[in-house]
Design a protein around this ligand. Structure first.
Ligand SMILES: CCCNc1ncnc2c1ncn2[C@@H]1O[C@H](/C=C/CNC(=O)c2cc(-c3ccc(F)cc3)cc(O)c2O)[C@H](C)[C@H]1O
Ligand SMILES: [Mg+2]
Length: 215
């Protein structure tokens, strides 16, 4: 096909959503992915759980691993108060370009810092480059086999401190078994599974919320 799926998602936003209205951007993407083409956005059902965790944590600094089209970036950023921001990492330049336009359309660029690069390369620079002390909330939604190594890297870099909340998508489908085993068995995390469904389907999936208890 001539265009990519993310390009068709952006088109749907530009056709259906109102500039500066994040909820209309979310609704446009969900409608397109439910009725036209499935895509791996966190979606509306798991997205509501994401919203409730963001509201509960009321984070000042959020890290998102895996921007894709920016759907969850917009969901998170729309709930942040002035002065708070989400740093989102995306290493595919084509997806990053689409996400920038989706985020711009929603009018939330002041609350978002999209960093084009791989998590393994960017995380070690977070303190020095972005002045981050520690993250209040981390949303993991990138390659599933990278959840655990990147969590360990965040710990080593001192970016996870007492009270930091990790929220992981897809812990059932496609699944992140090694990550789940780690956060559920580690004495340093308090974990809870939010049962839900794979975006836009009836298949089971869920989010795992893990609170770091400190060393
Ligand atoms: C160096 C790499 C690590 N560092 C990285 N650093 C920066 N960016 C990274 C890194 N690794 C990946 N990314 C980016 O994040 C995105 C990747 C997202 C991946 N998401 C899934 O695979 C998934 C699958 C299904 C699914 C379920 C059922 C099905 F039947 C089919 C599919 C559902 C879901 O909700 C899913 O989130 C993006 C595409 C990719 O460029
Ligand atoms: Mg996902």
């Amino acid at each position: 096909t001539r265009t990519s799926r993310p390009q068709r998602i952006l088109k749907a936003v530009q056709r259906k959503a109102t500039v500066g209205d994040p909820q209309s951007v979310i609704t446009a993407i969900d409608h397109f992915c439910r009725h036209r083409e499935w895509a791996m956005n966190v979606g509306d059902e798991k997205g509501s759980i994401l919203d409730s965790v963001v509201n509960e944590v009321s984070p000042v600094t959020v890290l998102e691993l895996g921007t894709y089209c920016g759907y969850s970036t917009v969901r998170i950023a729309r709930l942040l108060p002035p002065g708070a921001c989400v740093i989102t990492l995306e290493f595919n330049p084509d997806y990053a370009a689409i996400a920038r336009q989706v985020i711009k359309w929603s009018g939330l660029e002041d609350k978002v810092q999209l960093v084009e690069g791989a998590s393994g390369d960017c995380i070690p620079w977070m303190k020095e480059h972005f002045g981050v002390q520690a993250f209040d909330l981390v949303f993991l939604d990138h390659w599933k086999e990278r959840y655990l190594p990147d969590t360990k890297l965040l710990e080593e870099c001192g970016l996870i401190q007492k009270g930091t909340v990790l929220l992981a998508d897809n812990v059932i489908c496609p699944g992140t078994p090694d990550y789940l085993e780690y956060v559920r068995n580690s004495p340093r995390y308090n974990s809870h599974y939010y049962r839900s469904h794979l975006e836009y389907t009836k298949a089971e999936d869920g989010l795992e919320k893990s609170v770091f208890l400190g060393y």
